[in-house]
Design a protein around this ligand. Structure first.
Ligand code: ZN
Length: 425
């Protein structure tokens, strides 16, 4: 993104720091020469920026491995994110399990705790207490709270973006559950807690690190019991007024169909969700992802009921995607969680439906792919959402927790760049 004309020197510097850190965070260790090429900044500017970031313990500069020399013959230092000094706590509340992970700058999951849950309603307070215990255990082992620059949480439900109020999560039995507020109180730390919908965060993760990297027009369709969606339009996530956009699973496709958990009838998720696959393949509903995998295996082994059921679901999946392709003109449609398996098993049927039902012009431009980050899409998206404010302004002088173990290692602040005491506060 170009800096607008008339920006102050400080704005330009912040913009450039953001570009450099963002690149290192997403691409991993990068030589200064490659950073210059990627950002379009000259070598001396890159040197000043990476020195700033290094002085604040945000990146580490090290000599390149043997052979890594710039064209001029001088070695170009490699800039790596300080994954163990700065990180975020990422939380994923799914239908089947709770996950709490410590994710270092650079996006690697350094350590994690998981807790299997039953598919029954659970009081929000009990879930938050469990997550708190998992976080205490994890951070006790991995990193002090002082290294935590934010908390991001994903919930399989309709989430009010501004405060993390979960308006509706049928699998958890939550209606207007103040999850964000309770989690913030339980963690008891100053770190910001951002809560998002699992499909929105899955879209974010697949866009930044997965199957849709480099595309600015992305639809992510995530399925398990329910079906949700995330939308990236023109490179930006589309949230809607309250953060509820993308509920593709509750688009009514069959008004005389099955009753949906939302109270409506014939929503898309009643036609392509886990239970729809199981019922179409003459199995009892409720078996979850493993039961869907069993149907896929049985169809491959030649079982007719399983194959016919999958084809039926594939047709409904393709018909729905055709409508979304017409509505959004995406470059990539990513299928997440159990829908990644369903799509892979029914790909020919899905593609046939889309060629028949979608408009030619948008259909010609779309790619259909399974998610790349597997079960961790939403977890990694929650981490990215927690990193975002830090990446946008890494040398902000207030607001980040000051990490004692970072402060000890800092060289004395320099005055010439107006940076004095920015980390030590
Ligand atoms: Zn519905």
């Amino acid at each position: 993104v170009p800096v607008r004309s008339g920006s102050t020197q400080e704005e330009v510097r912040r913009h450039n720091l953001q570009a450099v850190l963002h690149h290192v965070h997403l691409q991993g260790p990068t030589s200064r020469a490659d950073l210059a090429a990627a950002t379009g900044l000259n070598r001396s500017t890159i040197r000043a920026l990476t020195a700033d970031l290094a002085r604040h313990g945000i990146v580490r500069e090290r000599p390149p491995p043997a052979g890594g020399r710039s064209r001029a013959g001088r070695p170009s230092l490699v800039v790596a994110p300080e994954a163990h000094r700065f990180g975020v706590l990422a939380v994923d509340v799914t239908v089947d399990k709770l996950v709490v992970a410590w994710v270092g700058l650079g996006g690697q999951i350094i350590d994690r705790r998981e807790h299997e849950t039953t598919r029954r309603a659970q009081p929000v307070a009990a879930v938050v207490e469990l997550l708190g215990e998992m976080a205490d255990d994890l951070l006790g082992a991995e990193a002090p709270w002082e290294a935590c620059i934010g908390v991001g949480a994903s919930v399989c439900g309709v989430v009010q973006r501004e405060d993390g109020l979960v308006r509706f999560a049928p699998n958890l039995g939550w209606v207007d559950a103040p999850f964000g507020e309770l989690l913030r109180a339980r963690l008891g730390r100053p770190a910001t807690v951002l809560v998002g919908n699992d499909a929105d965060l899955g879209a974010l993760a697949e866009h930044t690190r997965g199957a849709a990297t480099g595309s600015d027009h992305v639809l992510y369709i995530s399925g398990e019991v329910g079906v949700g969606g995330g939308i990236i339009a023109d490179g930006h996530q589309l949230h809607g007024r309250g953060g509820y956009a993308g509920e593709f699973g509750h688009v009514v496709v069959n008004p005389t169909g099955r009753r949906c958990r939302c109270g409506s009838r014939g929503c898309w998720e009643t036609e392509i969700g886990e239970d729809a696959v199981l019922v179409a393949a003459a199995r009892p509903p409720g078996g979850g992802w493993p039961a869907v995998l069993e149907v896929i295996a049985a169809a491959r082994a030649g079982e007719r009921a399983a194959a016919a059921g999958l084809r039926r679901v594939g047709r409904r999946l393709g018909a729905g995607v055709a409508g979304l392709v017409n509505a959004f003109n995406p470059e990539v449609v990513v299928f997440g969680r159990v829908l990644a398996d369903v799509f892979t098993a029914t790909e020919a049927t899905v593609r046939e439906r889309i060629s028949t039902l979608a408009l030619t012009a948008p259909r010609e431009q779309v790619r259909l792919v399974p998610a790349q980050l597997g079960e961790d899409s939403a977890l990694l998206g929650a981490a990215e959402s927690a990193f975002a404010p830090f990446l946008a302004d890494p040398l902000r002088t207030t607001g980040w927790p000051t990490a004692p173990f970072v402060r000890e290692r800092l060289a004395p602040p320099r005055d010439d760049l107006g940076l004095q005491s920015s980390v030590s506060g």
